[in-house]
Design a protein. Sequence first.
Length: 341
Amino acid sequence: MKRVFTFIILSIACLSLRAQDVQYSQFYAAPLYLNPAMAGASEMTRIGVNYRNQWPGLDQSFTSYSAYLDHYIFGANSGIGIVFNRSEQSMANLSVSEIGASYSYRARLGFKSFLRVGGQVSYMDRDAYFGNLLFGSQIDDQTGAVGDFSGENLGSDFRHQFVDYSFGMLFHNDNFWFGASAHHVTQPNISFIEGEISELPIKVSAHGGIKLDLSGGSSTQFYNQRTGTKELTFAFNYKNQGPFTQLDLGTQINIQPLVLGVWYRGIPVSEKSQPNHESVIALVGISLGGGLDIGYSHDFTLSSLGNANTGGAHEISIRYSFLAGSAKGRGRTSSMPCFKY
């Protein structure tokens, strides 16, 4: 029975991951993956990496990695960046790799209001080995024995490459931000089978929040060294891709050098189906000085899969920020108020 239950879980997961992008709980720690308009949004130079291990309690693993480098060009009011993303699903030996280049432009709308618009072009590679897949048609429902032939017309090894495009915008002032992004706007064909069409659905994201300064204006910053910081931030991230819809709601409190946060992921109210409570996410982050930030989060599964079965999800982010090139911006603070992780 346990074997059948695990097979059902993994079958559902494979179907979901085939048509849905990887999601990070610390999505602001993967800014270029969230929205191309965030390239250079720190108004510094950033180098960051992310790692996520989803459902480690199952026999099969779902892991994802991300790395990025972005830089703000003060003289051109522009941000540039490169990003590398990879996800691996061990059941089908399915991996998806992406390398992309991003550009954003910052326009001043008022004394402290800005609009950033950006775009990204990526080269995508999907690789899969289906020789180890187990299909329901191979399982004898009387004895549980597994046969050799599934009846599926699949080869063993497949690879598919394509070009992908994404766009985004971000409006913000010192205390509020709202952004929207669209990924896979051309809906590229991702089918492994020649002559078949399987379009990658457009992923739409809307995200925003508000920052409250609890320091009474006593915090100071110079060259990325900040003291006396006390901030409370509320934020959301709504995502839709094909039939999948998700909403993240959360808050973070930043008492330098420590950041504590909690998120809820799910759809608490739905007219079409029952509420979808996926997980609660706890986060802790620390700034080690000199521009180095490290964050760790854990997803506690609330869905029918169960936290005891899946083991939730572990996620780690590391980011290093510094000023490179011209010293024109040295000593100034970024105009972006959003989450640290």
